[in-house]
Write a protein of this length. Structure first.
Length: 730
C-alpha cells in the first residue's frame, strides 16, 4: 500500500503543477489534528480542508495517517476516520528553557523530558506550566513536542543589566528564563542607568501580534559586582523577597512579648531544669533547646521548641507573609528570615537567661536511650547556657575535663551522657535501614565587604549528631502520635516529611556507572536490603580516590524529600512516620504541625486535608527554590574566591562529565569549574553518557567521572558565576 502510494505520488501532480512532498502533507495533517483535539476527522473533511484534490495527494495523506496511527499519534475511529490520540499525545507539565535552544518539556507524571524546538515553544519561559501535543515522529528523529497552551507563568519578573539607548531601553537577562531581552519604555526605567542591575516586571508577554517581551523597572538594585547587589539579584532571580514589608515589621513590633503569670500557670514549668541550646557560632535564631535531669532512676530529656504559633496567629498579616515565604533562605553571607527579626531573633529565640514559651516533647529514658514514656506539652523554659557546636565538640572530645572557665564537670557530664544516648539512637537508626550520607558542606569566611577570604568544610561531628538525633527523635515521635492509628481508623490530617524509595532506573544507572570501579550495587530487594547495600557501598568507597564520585552518584539515585499529608514514610531515615516539628522559626510546615498538634490535644476534629496538602506542595516548592538560590550564592562566592588565582594550578578530580566538557572539583577547596571540550586537545572526544566518560575517537583516551586531574584556573566570570579551567601541562 505504501509503495503504491509513493508510486502514485511520482505520477501525480498537485493542481498548479507542483508536486507535494510527504513532509509537507505530514506537517499539514499534523497541524489540522492539533487544531481539532478530541474531534474525529473524516477523510472527506481532511481532503477538503487541506485542498488535496489529486488522487496521489489523497493517497499520500492516507499513508501518512496510517503511519501516525502506527506511532500512536492518531487513533483510528473507523476505516475512513481518525482523531488525535489525546491520552498519549496531549500532556501537561513544565517547560525547561535552555540557552542553546535545546528546550524540553518535563511531564507531570515524572516521565523523561521531551525535546521542544524554539519554533514550537510558543515563547514559553523556563518553569512555565504548559500543555503540549506530541509531534508525529519522523524517521530517525527524536521524539518532539509542540507547546499548544501556556497554563501558568512561572515568572512575572526578570533580573538583569540595564542597557539604556536614546529612544528605548532593555534588560539583558541572566540565565535561561527568557528567550530574548526585555524592552522597557524610557518612562518606566525608575531612574535606572546603563550597567546597573534591576528587577523588571513583565507587562506584556509575546503574542501573535508582537513577539516582544515588554516590562517596567520595579527596583534598581545598583552597580553589578557590589556584594549586596549580587545577593539581592540572586534572590530576585528566584522570586524570593530581599526586603521585609514594612507593614509586617510594624505588626511584629506591636506583639506583646510579656509572659504573664496566667500563661505560665497553663504550662509545664522547666525554668529550674538544666537547659541549653547548641547552634552554629553565628546563629541568632535559637529555635530548639535540650533539658536533662535525673528522674526515677532514669533521665528526663526535654526537646524544647520555640512556641511560634503562640505569637503568630493563623491568618494574621505575619502568618500570611510567613506562609508565602515558607522557609528562611540561607545565602553565604546572610539569612533572609521567614519571620520578622523581632520574632525570630528576640521574642521566639531561646536566648540564655530569658524566660521563653516552648512546645516540648518530654522523654523519660534510660542510659541506653530506650524510651520508657513520653508526653507532649506547652512549657516555659529558661536556658542556662548558649553553646556553639565547636564548644560542645571540645567538651565531648575531652570527656568530663574542664575545657574553659565557663564549663563545670557536671555540665560536661550531662553533655557526654546526652551524646552517648544520641550515638545509641544513631546506631539503631542505621541498623533499621537508614541511609548514611555524611556530606561535607562548603562554607566561606567573609570580610566586612562581603568578599570571601577563606573557604572550608563543615563535617558531621559528635556535637552536631547530638542535636540531630534528638531532633529526629522528637519529629518521629510526634508524627507517630498522629499517624499510627488502629487498623480501620483514619488518621487525622498532619503534614509529613516524606521520602520515597530510590528510582529503580537510577539505581541501575548507579550500578552500571560503578561497575568499572569494582563495586557491586544491590538494585532490587526490600527497602532495608537496598539501604544496607548503599551504606556498604559508601563504607567501601571511604578513603578511596573515587569516594566523592560514589557519594555523588548514590545521592543522585535518591528521590527528593518533600512535604505531604499523604504519608509514605521516610526512606532515607528508615522511619514509617516522620514530620518537621523542631524548627518553626525557619520552616512554615513546623508551624502548621504545632497548630494541628495543639488542636488535637484540645480535642479538635481533623483539619481539612486538601487545604493542608496545598500548603505542603507550596512549602516543598519554596524549599527547592530556596536551595537553588543558596547554591547560586555559593557559586558566586566560589568564583569570587578564585578570581585572584588565575593561572594557578591545583590538583582536582572530575566531578561531572557532559557532552560539552568535564567539570573538575579542586581537592583543597572544592571549588568547581569547567574544562570545555575545545580545551581537550589531542583527539576528538565522544560523550559516553552511560559510563560517565569522554572517550577519544583516535587514541581512545578517557576522561571519567572521579579521575584525578591537574588543572589551571583560566577564567573567573563573576557576573555569570562561571569558573573555567584548562588542563595543566603534564
Amino acid at each position: 500500500m505504501r509503495t503504491k502510494n509513493k508510486n502514485l505520488l511520482r505520477m501525480g501532480q498537485k493542481r498548479g503543477g507542483r508536486r507535494l512532498s510527504k513532509r509537507q502533507v505530514a506537517d499539514a495533517v499534523q497541524a489540522l489534528f492539533q487544531a481539532h483535539p478530541g474531534e474525529a476527522l473524516s477523510f472527506k473533511y481532511i481532503f477538503k480542508t487541506l485542498k488535496l484534490d489529486t488522487h496521489p495527494a489523497k493517497m499520500l495523506a492516507v499513508d501518512v495517517m496510517e503511519e501516525m496511527a502506527w506511532d500512536d499519534y492518531l487513533s483510528k475511529v473507523d476505516n475512513s476516520t481518525y482523531r488525535l490520540n489525546l491520552k498519549t499525545q496531549v500532556q501537561e507539565g513544565t517547560f525547561i528553557r535552555k540557552a542553546n535552544g535545546k528546550n524540553s518539556f518535563m511531564p507531570d507524571d515524572g516521565g523523561k523530558p521531551i525535546f521542544v524546538s524554539e519554533r514550537n515553544s510558543m515563547s514559553a519561559m523556563g518553569g512555565d506550566r504548559v500543555r503540549v501535543a506530541m509531534m508525529a515522529r519522523r524517521q530517525n528523529h527524536i521524539k518532539e513536542a509542540i507547546v499548544t497552551e501556556i497554563l501558568e507563568r512561572k515568572h512575572d519578573q526578570a533580573v538583569g543589566i540595564l542597557q539604556v539607548e536614546k529612544d528605548y531601553a532593555f534588560l539583558i537577562t541572566e540565565g535561561n528564563i527568557f528567550a530574548q531581552d526585555v524592552l522597557i519604555p524610557k518612562k518606566k526605567l525608575k531612574g535606572g542607568k546603563t550597567g546597573e542591575k534591576a528587577v523588571v516586571k513583565i507587562t506584556q508577554w509575546p503574542s501573535e501580534e508582537s513577539k516582544n517581551l515588554i516590562g517596567e523597572v520595579i527596583d534598581v538594585l545598583g552597580e553589578q559586582g557590589d556584594n549586596n547587589v549580587e545577593m539581592h539579584a540572586i534572590l530576585a532571580q528566584y522570586g524570593l523577597p530581599y526586603k521585609y514589608p514594612q507593614r509586617v515589621e510594624e505588626a511584629a513590633n506591636k506583639i506583646d512579648a510579656t509572659i504573664t503569670p496566667e500563661e505560665i500557670a497553663k504550662r509545664e514549668d522547666f525554668r529550674n531544669v538544666l537547659t541549653f541550646t547548641i547552634d552554629p557560632a553565628d546563629a541568632k535564631d535559637f529555635d530548639d533547646a535540650l533539658s536533662i535531669r535525673p528522674m526515677d532512676g532514669m533521665w528526663e530529656v526535654g526537646v524544647h521548641i520555640a512556641d511560634v504559633s503562640h505569637y503568630v496567629t493563623e491568618g494574621s498579616i505575619i502568618d500570611k507573609e510567613a506562609q508565602q515565604r515558607a522557609t528562611s533562605v540561607y545565602l553565604v553571607d546572610r539569612t533572609i528570615p521567614m519571620l520578622p527579626e523581632r520574632l525570630c531573633n528576640f521574642i521566639c529565640s531561646l536566648r540564655p537567661d530569658e524566660e521563653k514559651l516552648c512546645y516540648s516533647v518530654i522523654f523519660l529514658m534510660d542510659e541506653e536511650a530506650n524510651i520508657k514514656k513520653w508526653h507532649l506539652a506547652h512549657t516555659v523554659i529558661k536556658s542556662n547556657r548558649r553553646f556553639a557546636y565547636e564548644e560542645v565538640q571540645a567538651i565531648l572530645e575531652n570527656g568530663t575535663k574542664k575545657t574553659s572557665k565557663a564549663d563545670d564537670s557536671s555540665l560536661a557530664k550531662e553533655l557526654c551522657l546526652l551524646s552517648a544516648m544520641a550515638q545509641k539512637l544513631r546506631e539503631r537508626r542505621f541498623q533499621n535501614g537508614a541511609v548514611k550520607f555524611d556530606r561535607e558542606e562548603l562554607h566561606f569566611d567573609i570580610d566586612e565587604k562581603g568578599h570571601p577570604t577563606r573557604c572550608f568544610f563543615k563535617k558531621s561531628t559528635l556535637a552536631t549528631q547530638l542535636i540531630e538525633e534528638f531532633m529526629l527523635l522528637a519529629n518521629r515521635t510526634v508524627a507517630e502520635s498522629i499517624g499510627r492509628v488502629p487498623k480501620g481508623t483514619k488518621a487525622k490530617t498532619l503534614p509529613y516529611r516524606i521520602h520515597d524509595q530510590p528510582d529503580p532506573q537510577k539505581l541501575e544507572n548507579l550500578r552500571v556507572a560503578l561497575a568499572p570501579f569494582g563495586y557491586k550495587v544491590k538494585t532490587s530487594g526490600t527497602r532495608g536490603a537496598i539501604s544496607r547495600g548503599l551504606n556498604k557501598l559508601m563504607t567501601e568507597a571511604e578513603g578511596r580516590r573515587e569516594q566523592k564520585l560514589v557519594e555523588t552518584l548514590a545521592l543522585r539515585a535518591m528521590m527528593k524529600a518533600k512535604y505531604s499529608t499523604h504519608n509514605i514514610g521516610h526512606y532515607g531515615l528508615a522511619f514509617d512516620f516522620y514530620t518537621h516539628f523542631t524548627s518553626p522559626i525557619r520552616r512554615y510546615p513546623d508551624t502548621m504541625v504545632h497548630r494541628l498538634l495543639t488542636r488535637y490535644q484540645e480535642g479538635g476534629r481533623s483539619a481539612n486535608q486538601d487545604h493542608y496538602e496545598e500548603l505542603c506542595e507550596h512549602s516543598s516548592e519554596m524549599e527547592q527554590t530556596a536551595q537553588n538560590a543558596e547554591r547560586d550564592s555559593i557559586k558566586y562566592k566560589m568564583v569570587e574566591f578564585m578570581a585572584d588565582k588565575i593561572g594557578q594550578e591545583f590538583d582536582a578530580h572530575i566531578s561531572g562529565v557532559q557532552s560539552y566538557g568535564i567539570y573538575c572539583e579542586i581537592d583543597e577547596n572544592h571549588c568547581e569549574g569547567l574544562v570545555g571540550m575545545h580545551d581537550l586537545d589531542g583527539d576528538y572526544y565522544e560523550f559516553d553518557e552511560k559510563n560517565c566518560q569522554l572517550v577519544g575517537r583516535r587514541h581512545h583516551g578517557k576522561y571519567q567521572l572521579g579521575d584525578a586531574i591537574r588543572i589551571k584556573v583560566a577564567r573567573a566570570n563573576v557576573e555569570r558565576r562561571q569558573l573555567d579551567f584548562i588542563l595543566a601541562d603534564e
